[in-house]
Design a protein around this ligand. Sequence first.
Ligand code: ADP
Ligand code: MG
Length: 583
Amino acid sequence: MKVFPHWKLKDRHRQVLALIKKNMGRLILAGACSLMISLATTAMGYLIKPVIDEIFVDKNATGLVMLPLAILIVFAVKGFGQYGQQYFMSYVGEDIIRQLRNQLYDRIQDLPIAFFQKERTGVLMSRITNDVNMLKNMVSTAVSGVLRDTSTIIGLTTVILYLNWRMAILAFIVLPIAFFPIFKLGRRVRKISKKCQEAIAEITAFLHETLAGTKIVKAFGMEEHEKKRFFNKTQDLFKMEVKSVRIRAITSPLMEIFAGIGIAFVIWFGGWEVLQGETTPGEFLSFLSCVILLYDPVKKLSHLNNTLQQGLAATDRIFDVIETKSDIRDPENPRTVPNGTHAIHLKNVHFNYGDKPVLKGINLDLKGGSVVALVGMSGGGKSTIANLIPRFFDVTSGSICLDGYDIREFKVDDLRKQIAIVTQDPILFNETVRDNILYGNPEASEEAVRSAARAAYAHDFIERFPKGYETIIGELGGRLSGGEKQRLCIARALLKDAPILILDEATSALDSEAEGVVQKALENLMRGRTTLVIAHRLSTIAKADLIAVVVDGHIVEIGTHAELMGNMGEYTKLYEMQYGPQN
Ligand SMILES: Nc1ncnc2c1ncn2[C@@H]1O[C@H](COP(=O)(O)OP(=O)(O)O)[C@@H](O)[C@H]1O
Ligand SMILES: [Mg+2]
């Protein structure tokens, strides 16, 4: 009989085994405890025979002292074994959880942006929380459970054969019949459990999106709609869980029925042998106890198959993430990034999202220390251009050069160290204000943090916070305005002090009053850096050294503000859309 039909040792299984092996010492102790349990269980079954035959049948007085003592010892050994097994196995299991979680997070942090656009945050979170737990269950119940249950079965079987081989043969014909349907069920449990996990991940992802976007949900009056969507999802999960329980729950009763049949047979046959005088009552009761004691490990072994199937499914999901290859890789022999300001050249850059061409031959020169602006209707490809410079994505064809070298010749880390980015959504982490600014350069001094905050026009409002720089962002609740958040982000970028600066609609979310201050902060930030600025409001980029109008993946016009206004082309049209006809 093929006990584990889906068991193929893949590289990912070897990695799990390697994690287990790291805990070899504790594993051996857990194994020893398992053996203590099975030894004690076997002894319990066997001891029934002398108890009945010597004390109750032969009325032997020494037996009356020795046997209860022996039984005490057996129970003590079993209890000790159970404690040890559980402790050591849980230790190993928790250690594996920790290592896998760290591996997952490590991998997820290193994956390129493209991965996060495919996988939803909630699904990834479920990998780190739920799936890892299932794998632990598999390891901690399976590894020592197998040893404990198989050795108990072997021990009890030996006793059974030793006591009465004729009855043993009868029992062994009836009992294995119970195994077959159980292992058939295992396959279906695995399939359904996978679906349940997916449904849970789906719910987590849904929660993450709708709770984070609760303002929008309310603004659009979509509460009822979201409720309905959520109820549908819980309904799906409910159906799946019920189905899974139905299959899992049938396992035990099935086994009990078969066990009942087996025991009935044994009583019938054994009772007949006792009546014939071929077996003593002690032997018979001991035999019966062993058969009953066999039931538990056999049942556990059958559950173990389920746990194993679930664990294997979880292993697959975990390693699908861990084994994801990153397309954005370091070169074999990375070049060192030159010092000073950098010039950037985009040469005939094409870029596709999947099959969809987004950039169609972009040529653009950013001279060292100059400010180049991208303007154009949304969807034209401006942010895409900005995302290619720090290699969030790689060009599909063409190249981007930094000081004449293709950016793919540098280490990704070294390249990104050269770049500070401020985007439209000011992302801050739930730490102190100081830590958020230090994110730009963890080694910076207190004085540097303060002067960055001053240059970003943030120092004054930070000082007004209850704990100043020590205030935790979350404590402020919604009290930070968009402009204030943005200025903290600018302070962070200032502290990074990188020679290249990318501003992607950094002021677009602000009202014009807030924009004024943020604009001044940005001017401090741009000083002496090669800057690519994407702006919606053209007033913010009029002073740029070069302005490129991006339409549908092409640069259709390029020049200074004065030149472009003279052209009466796309730029003039955009300008007039915002500020009315200029005559
Ligand atoms: N992750 C993505 N997957 C597929 N298409 C995308 C993705 N991001 C942007 N696009 C598409 O690429 C085009 C350019 O987008 P983007 O560079 O953001 O434009 P802009 O910043 O000029 O508004 C748009 O048509 C947009 O729909
Ligand atoms: Mg954009």
